[in-house]
Each structure stands twice: as structure tokens, then as C-alpha cells.
Design a protein around this ligand. Structure first.
Ligand code: IMP
Ligand code: MG
Length: 170
């Protein structure tokens, strides 16, 4: 295991992101912040505590898979509580690989009537070809194509509790 990003770097980046996000949403009403579980839980918990904005804070657990007729579908393990119709939705996730999962969640929110959907993702694998119509408005760190663990990111559900982010070496 090799350290990629130290907890202190994460902490200061989270504060910077929170400032940007605050400026973006200031004056807008009906903000619904939705963390994608499980990967986004640590990042999301840290980020919202720096967001000085009125909000509803919620979570959902999804994975995307290829269903019938090779259509990509979303599978929900848990759902948000509040109807997003007319809401500004901010999605928080751990890492953007191909971006497909996030693309589907965004589409889901828009179809459900969200007024706007923006994404804040902690990490982005910069060398991976993206399958998205639009990149996240906020990205914490661009990283090379490593498998990252810690600070919410897992390998087979392990390592999420680590305070720093590491590269899992095989
Ligand atoms: P995407 O849909 O291809 O963008 O995949 C994103 C999801 O795959 C993330 O939400 C993670 O759950 C998982 N994932 C992709 N790369 C990594 C990694 O390096 N470490 C941990 N999880 C990853
Ligand atoms: Mg995930």
C-alpha cells in the first residue's frame, strides 16, 4: 500500500471545494445534497459540515449494471426520502472512473423533475475515457489510473475507514 493523498491535503481541499460550492448555491433555494453510498460517505460527511447553506442532506445507494437489451440500468439498494421535483440536487461521490454510474444518477434525478443537478466528486481518474455528457462541476483531485482506497473508497468493502488515500498495489 502506497500513500497517494494525505489526510491533511484532503482536509484543505474539502474546505476549498466547500467554498466554491457555497458561492455557487448562495441565494438558491431548495438544495438537496445527496451522497452516494457507500463510497461517498466519508467525503460527504466532511464536505457538508463546511457548507454553510440551508439544505436537506440525504443519501442513496446505487450501482449501475447492463440490463436487458444491453441497456444500462440503475440498481437501488436504498433510496432518497424526499421528492426532488423542483429541487437543486448536488450529488456527492467518491471517484469518477468511466463516469457511467454518475451519468445514470444524474439522468434519474432530472427525469424525476430536479431543477438542476450538479456533481462533486472527490477523485477523478484522468486517463480513463469518460462516458459522460458533462464532467462534474467540482473535482477534488485528478489521479492517474490507480486503484484507490481509503477515505470511503473500498476494495471488496475493506479500507473505507482509512484517513488517508492509498494506492492498492497488487
Ligand atoms: P464508474 O461508473 O465507471 O465511474 O465507476 C465508479 C464507481 O466504481 C465508483 O463509485 C467506485 O465505487 C468504483 N471505483 C472505480 N474506481 C475505483 C477505485 O480506484 N477505487 C475504489 N472504487 C473504485
Ligand atoms: Mg462507489
Amino acid at each position: 500500500m502506497k500513500k497517494l493523498i494525505d489526510a491533511s491535503e484532503i482536509k484543505s481541499r474539502v474546505k476549498e471545494l466547500a467554498l466554491d460550492i457555497e458561492n455557487f448555491y448562495r441565494g438558491k433555494e431548495n438544495l438537496n445534497v445527496v451522497v452516494l453510498l457507500n463510497g461517498g460517505m466519508i467525503f460527504g460527511a466532511d464536505l457538508v459540515r463546511h457548507l454553510n447553506l440551508p439544505m436537506v442532506f440525504d443519501s442513496m445507494a446505487v450501482s449501475s449494471y447492463v440490463g436487458k437489451a444491453s441497456m444500462n440500468e440503475l440498481k437501488f439498494r436504498s433510496h432518497i426520502k424526499i421528492d426532488v421535483r423542483g429541487q437543486h440536487v448536488l450529488l456527492i461521490d467518491d471517484i469518477l472512473d468511466t463516469g457511467l454510474t454518475m451519468e445514470h444518477v444524474q439522468k434519474y434525478m432530472l427525469d424525476a423533475g430536479a431543477k438542476s443537478v450538479e456533481v462533486c466528486c472527490l477523485l477523478n481518474k484522468r486517463d480513463i475515457e469518460k462516458k459522460v455528457s458533462r464532467m462534474p462541476r467540482w473535482i477534488g483531485f485528478d489521479i492517474p489510473n490507480y486503484f484507490a482506497i481509503g477515505y470511503g473508497l473500498d476494495a471488496d468493502e475493506k479500507y473505507r475507514n482509512l484517513a488517508d488515500i492509498y494506492i492498492l498495489e497488487s
